[in-house]
Design a protein. Structure first.
Length: 195
């Protein structure tokens, strides 16, 4: 069981991760600023990792084994996002022409930041709906967030054109609406503490 003070810190980190997700979408999709989007992706990965620890500590009361599995998937996604952001930030600060044309070696086509993160969020959402330790609607929103993340991963794996509607539509929905809303709601739930 986590302390109320850690849950408040984790709640604040989730709120910041939600705001960061929105800022990332703006930097990546609208401004197309590689340096800013990379920095924000790095920070969102680190902030969400803190929130995921608190989520795990609460959800293990519902089902310890599934909560651990969800934690491992989602924390790997968070660390993958931070690593992806760090790699892209290094390239933005010191460009290497051939490296920019290749898939990110740490997170190829978003395997960690979209694929494993999506699977982790799906299991977290299932535990939320099943357990009653968070608002049930948060779990349903988590299902939508997970689905969009998985569509983004498989879309980026198959479609190389980032401007394709198969990529743009889920990226806009995820980046501007669902992921910020999910992290924001999660942050409020953690900030308020247990019911």
């Amino acid at each position: 069981m986590s302390s109320p003070s850690f849950e408040r810190v984790a709640g604040l980190c989730a709120l910041l991760a939600g705001s960061g997700s929105l800022l990332y979408a703006v930097a990546f999709l609208v401004l197309q600023n590689t340096g800013l989007s990379a920095l924000v992706l790095l920070l969102v990965g680190l902030l969400s990792a803190t929130a995921l620890v608190a989520v795990y500590l609460r959800l293990r009361e519902t089902d310890a084994a599934f909560a651990l599995w969800a934690f491992l998937l989602s924390i790997t996604g968070a660390v993958g996002s931070a690593s992806h952001g760090g790699y892209d930030l290094a390239l933005a600060l010191h460009p290497v022409p051939t490296a920019a044309a290749l898939p990110n070696p740490i997170d190829p086509r978003g395997l960690l930041s979209f694929g494993l993160a999506g699977l982790g969020v799906a299991v977290v959402a299932w535990l939320i709906v099943r357990g009653g330790l968070f608002a049930q609607g948060l779990g349903y929103l988590g299902y939508v967030a997970a689905l969009l993340l998985l569509i983004l991963y498989f879309g980026r794996l198959v479609v190389l054109d980032a401007k394709s509607l198969i990529i743009v539509v889920p990226a806009v929905l995820s980046g501007f609406l669902i992921t910020p809303a999910w992290y924001g709601w999660l942050g409020l739930e953690l900030w308020r503490g247990r019911r």
